[in-house]
Ligand binder design. Structure first.
Ligand code: MIC
Ligand code: SF4
Length: 651
């Protein structure tokens, strides 16, 4: 039978279950990546599993998120990560080496392999024809221990590309077109597979941009075929031996098809405050801009940066704009410095920023009050930039560079008089792996360093028979993990759960933490009630760990995003969804809530598809509990770590 590319790779990695749509499967994970903000928990959890060394083909630990280092916390985390990497057989990418997804694409990605990363933009690897998936740190720890990763056999959506992008229109505009079509919700358990004649007109960095931001649609991942362009990229990275051609068979069947003619794509942006709020740049022509930031794992390749340098060549940044540029990796920065592009950027007045996540996660460069900020990154959630009333627009590097010069939204297809910067095919990148530390053979003398900021990952207790408490908070639709667990200034507490927990829902309701602890003290459970697409955005498992620490036992939502649902189960918080949305409307914050025989009800929900009966505000409502067998075990035992512990004890 003719197969899709996704089916081929999944089948060759299948270790549990059968590939039937909607059914759970376990796949073998070849490569793992972690970043520092999620990595400390991942390695602490891996340590708790008691294995001497990682078991998968390649594990890489990147330092790219927490590089601001105000206070001792981040530096302590880096030391822990470096020492645990050496001890456990993990490659360590030192701070300054670049953003995990960009660096992994350059130095480690391989067509046909599976990659699991503790970051939601891990699908960037789909640009190199990998099945690359984002997950919580605990899932990565299990994969490093050689365990399978569980997904629901996905629906495969073909995005059939034809035509060729016009000059000034770029890969970012392609993924914004896809976001315009599919939106940011309702795509859970789908994979986007790109096919068609248009594929060969896109180079690997462009494909990576498209796969990277596919994460905003909520899909499991996105993937491109591996072809001559893939070979050219790998050759230029000195890794030609990793190349293998890969594509779908002729006549492969997809669950849905979206025809996208690249020649018709126009310059677009995602307007405040969602990546799915897509508008044309033309419709915003002339709107004043205060800040332009170019970089992030979406758009910081050498090709992107060199284009920007050429657009800015001989120009001066508009006096009303602050322009910041963060090349995605040390390799990109070295290339820019060697070919003279860096000089062009500096001469134009760009503020050269570290090769790290930086502005994208609100670590610095917060815009002024009410400012309009154009960014080439992938998320413009409210407050993520650190400024509550800032207006963030996500755009292509070309659109960003033009606005930096003119001070206003400038349609790249309009008559702006600036010379087209060209596109660049590189024969040979500057390869310098000296900022990786490869693990030594003899690790006996290595002592793992633990600063005072690094605590043990907290554990949960097995599910109580009856859950009784109150609706501690009721929130609306599209609550992101940035709403639940803010990053930016609070990011440095990632390794200190009691401290970080103080900021759960900080921007939504700063009293949440205290109210939760007061309930906990009285022996009452906390319940979160939410609208559609709860937990969209990042893979940060802290959005489950910290609520767990505060005594949250159940989330009742209209719908829950894939990674967040996994994280909730991993830490023993029960995810329930409404069978009737009217029940969501009727619930009020502060309502009393009671679930009788919860473990039995979960068992029956799993076995028979029975609804879970919840008494809220004095009436009974029916909720769905859509979980896999493994998730059921985790919920009943109070999380995955408890399940693993009891399995080890049983041996
Ligand atoms: C993000 O872009 O939101 C992050 C920060 O990279 C997160 C990971 C994290 O919160 O540490 C992600 O995308 O998963
Ligand atoms: Fe870093 Fe931003 Fe990419 Fe997340 S989206 S990995 S914060 S650059």
């Amino acid at each position: 039978m003719a197969k899709t590319l996704t089916e081929k790779i999944l089948e060759s990695h299948l270790i549990e279950g059968e590939m039937e749509k909607g059914e759970p499967i376990g796949i073998k994970i070849d490569q793992t990546l972690t970043q520092d903000a999620t990595g400390t928990m991942a390695y602490l959890q891996f340590e708790a599993m008691g294995l001497e060394k990682v078991q998968n083909e390649l594990a890489v630990s990147y330092i790219d998120h927490n590089t601001v280092q105000v206070g001792f916390e981040n530096a302590d985390d880096h030391k822990y990560l470096q020492s645990v990497a050496a001890k456990k057989g993990v490659v360590f990418s030192r701070p300054g080496n670049g953003i995990c997804h960009q660096v992994h694409l350059e130095r480690f990605g391989q067509p046909g392999k599976t990659l699991l990363g503790s970051d939601s933009h891990t699908p960037t690897g789909g640009g190199l024809s990998m099945i690359a998936i984002g997950a919580g740190g605990l899932d990565i720890a299990v994969a490093m221990a050689g365990g399978p990763f569980h997904i629901i056999t996905p629906k495969i959506i073909e995005i059939r590309l034809s035509g060729k992008l016009r000059e000034w229109v770029s890969a970012k505009d392609v993924i914004l077109t896809v976001l315009q079509k599919f939106g940011v919700k309702g795509n859970v358990n789908c994979i986007f597979e790109y096919t068609g004649e248009g594929v060969k007109t896109l180079q690997v960095p462009e494909r990576a941009t498209i796969c990277n931001m596919g994460a905003e649609c909520g899909v499991t991942t996105s993937i491109f075929p591996s072809d001559e362009n893939t070979k050219a990229f790998l050759d230029a990275q000195g890794r030609g031996e990793c190349y293998r051609p890969l594509s779908a068979d002729d006549g492969a069947k997809y669950d849905d098809v979206f025809e996208l003619n690249l020649s018709e794509v126009v310059p677009l942006c995602a307007a405040p405050h969602s990546p799915g709020n897509v508008e044309s740049i033309k419709s915003l022509q002339g709107k004043k801009v205060d800040q332009v930031l170019i970089g992030s794992c979406t758009n910081s390749s050498y090709d992107d940066m060199r284009k920007v340098a050429n657009i800015l060549d001989g120009q001066t940044v508009n006096p009303s704009v602050s322009l910041g540029i963060a090349p995605g990796s040390r390799e990109v920065l070295l290339m820019l410095s060697e070919d003279g592009s860096l000089e062009k950027l500096i001469k134009a007045g760009a503020r050269i920023l570290e090769s790290a996540c930086g502005f994208c996660i609100g670590n610095h460069q917060s815009p002024g009050s009410g400012a309009v900020s154009l960014r080439t990154s992938n998320r413009n959630f409210e407050r993520r930039s650190g400024t509550a009333d800032a207006q963030l627009y996500l755009v292509s590097p070309e659109t960003a560079a033009l606005a930096a010069i003119t001070g206003v939204f400038t349609d790249p297809l309009s008559d702006h008089g600036i010379k087209y910067p060209g596109t660049f095919l590189v024969d040979k990148f500057i390869i310098d792996d000296s900022m990786f530390i490869f693990p030594p053979k003899n690790t006996d003398d290595i002592v793992i360093s633990r600063g005072p900021n690094i605590g043990a990952p907290p554990s949960n207790t097995p599910l109580e028979y009856h859950a009784k408490g109150e609706v501690t908070i009721k929130v609306g639709d599209k609550i992101t993990t940035d709403h639940i667990m803010p990053a930016g200034a609070r990011l440095k507490y990632r390794s200190n759960i009691p401290e970080y927990s103080k900021y759960v829902f900080e921007g939504v309701d700063p009293t949440f933490h205290d109210r939760c602890l007061a309930n906990k003290k009285e022996g009452k459970a906390n319940f979160i009630v939410a609208g559609a697409s709860y937990g969209q955005g990042s893979s940060r498992e802290h959005a489950a760990i910290c609520p767990m620490y505060l005594g949250v036992k159940v989330v009742l939502a209209v719908s829950i995003e894939r990674i967040h649902q996994n994280n909730l189960c991993n830490f023993g918080i029960v995810p329930l969804t409404f069978t009737d949305e009217e029940d969501y409307n009727a619930i009020k914050q502060g309502d009393d809530i009671y679930i009788q025989d919860l473990p039995d009800q979960i068992e029956m929900a799993y076995l028979e598809g029975n609804p879970v009966i919840v008494e809220v505000g004095g009436r009974n409502i029916k909720m769905k509990c859509d979980i896999t067998a493994d998730q059921k075990e985790m919920l009943i035992n109070g999380g995955l770590l408890n399940v693993l512990k009891s399995k080890t004890e049983a041996k």
